[in-house]
Design a protein around this ligand. Sequence first.
Ligand code: NAP
Length: 251
Amino acid sequence: MSGVILVTGGGRGIGADVCRRAAALGYTVLVNYASNQNAADALVEEIRAAGGVAHAKQGDVGSESDILELFAAADELGQLVGLVNNAGVVDVSARVEDMSVDRLTRMFAINVTGSFLCAREAVKRMSTRHGGKGGAIVNLGSAASKLGSANQYVDYAASKGAIDTMTVGLALEVADEGIRVNAVRPGIIDTEIHASGGVPDRVASLTASLPMKRPGSADEVAKAIIWLLSEEASYTTGAILDVSGGRAILP
Ligand code: NAP
């Protein structure tokens, strides 16, 4: 495979496994991160040691200027062929009546506006309408969009609902311009995101309630993302793939 794949939030968790797999397939990978430079640098080193091509680039997807710099860095590396809108945040558990405007603004700026702006920049580069050669976008949704996450983070769940809708709308908008747009909707995946929401034992405490009685791994989600990015999924667009071990598979 050739061309550049940009993975937002690629330094850790699900994004890091997407970067590993994309690099192993021969893509040039741009690993975006927000603040954990050590994790991103270590990943780039690991990929290079395995013979792959990867570069790290700091940038907050909650900032339009950072996103523009991120895509400028991608342009330096070659032709963009794929975007994984993976960067996403949760917040500490709260009821809606206790949510501040600062919390809501951050949540939607990173999870929703950031994904839109990255998609905008990717479409400008990949759409045949703009002289591009086509490509693929994969968005990270969440089973939370169907569950609603009451008493925990309804704001996060709603931000992922926006991702579901954006996936369908954008897929139709660019379907005849060489770009496929899909999403994965992970369930409970064993990454550090749960600790960042102030519940480090969330995975362990939910395990017994999960249909498979185990959480998913980051790599199990990455495999689905890589398939959606690839030509193997050449007739798949606007799809929202539940990678949740059966959690929240019903509407
Ligand atoms: P994670 O382990 O917390 O990693 C998050 C990554 O996103 C990190 O690389 C982080 O950068 C980056 N990031 C955070 N805020 C950013 C920002 N403003 N700009 C750029 N990068 C930013 O998360 P994960 O569990 O892998 O989740 C990845 C995606 O899957 C998210 O969209 C999440 O909502 C979704 N998801 C996860 C689960 C789950 O159970 N884990 C379930 C459903 C959906 P630093 O390394 O610099 O901090």
